[in-house]
Design a protein around this ligand. Sequence first.
Ligand code: GLU
Length: 470
Amino acid sequence: MVRTRFAPSPTGFLHIGGARTALFAWAYARHYAGTFILRIEDTDLERSTPEAVQAILDGMAWLSLKPDEGPFFQTRRMDRYREVIARMLAEGTAYHCWSSPEELDAMREAQRAQGLKPRYDGRWRPENAAGRPPPVGVQPVVRFRNPDGGAVVWDDLVKGPISISNDELDDLVIARSDGTPTYNFCVVVDDLDMQITHVIRGDDHVNNTPRQINILKALGGKPPRYGHVPMIHGDDGQKLSKRHGAVSVMQYDDEGYLPEAVINYLARLGWSHGDDEVFSRDQLVEWFDGSHLSNSPSQFDTGKLRWLNQQYLKRTDDAWLADAIRPRLIRTGVHAVALAGPNALDLAAVCALLKDRAATLNELADAAHMFYSEPRPRADELSAHLTEAVKPALAALAATLRDAPWTREGIQAALKQTLAAHGLKMPQLAIPVRLLVLGLAQTPSVDACLAVLAREQVILRLLAPPQPRA
Ligand code: GLU
């Protein structure tokens, strides 16, 4: 049974990198019909905040990455960590160390002076400290007794086989002098207790892995399979940072990206399935078997995310889009009554007209705005297109529209009839109609646009010159 976990430290938002890790762990669990666990690694009390926990939960909920178990909080598991430390002390896989920070500094300094790599020299290992009394008044730390000799070997899902000599690793502190357990230790106890079979995480943790494997084995556990995914860089090749605007996945919600598009985009950051670019969450789950994870950093590409979002917008149901852009239209100043009152326009029809040209929900809302505001055409466009020659045709069109069936076809017929009667070409009539009714020279098909509006409104606008803007 596959069990994966996402284990964020709640020190900020759920950013793109974290969301990608969560997605991979989630997709892997789903692919193997396993269990996806959320664990909040909040032992760093100074940097962890409840707001950040909430932000992570919100981000995951927005992306529909639902944990099967959890969230579990490390701060609520302190008794368990203490219990395991006591057990390790009793079993001899851990020991007390009374070295003071000054002493450790001096030790490292001496090692450097001899050209050695600084590391704890094991001076409080029981066999080395035999007969030496602990200093009075010092609270000891607890160190893990790292195995001597040999190597830690694992076959990384992403990086392939990795081998780290135990001589590279010293005896890690697993409990501070105040008794609090340290980061790597808590991770191991949790992975063991939660029976994690696969750890997918950022490769900034790859140095922790051999230490974690050693502790895990000392506790009698079977190490999970690890997969360390490389960093995500910004558009400019630099490390992804706030500067790239990618602070939180929720920012993509604000900007009008669809969660499914973001999921699709994240999946392609460091993973591929042939040449497939646009695929559903279900397809991702079907394909995500742990292979084809890339070992090179991926590059965040806003243009590609926009493109993908546009593909999703086009395929999204108009009624759903209408609901999604309603609050965004209100934010741009459209009155709620205009959107929900008895005379409200059919916003789904508006979305159907505009969605092919918008890359985000915000762009769709901006485009839809013209249907809810007084037309304010540009003065120069108005004078260029609202010629004396076309004015009688506009009056005739208004008259014809009074009795035309209020459908796209009915309006189209009225337009054609007017063109024929006045000897005009379509653009000569359609552009001034657009300017008068919607304030813009370019809109989707004019008959379709008019059909969305109310007949009376269209007729009034055709007859009354609008207030142009400079
Ligand atoms: N808490 C760690 C982080 O947020 C992740 C640790 C892990 O996945 O093992 O970077």
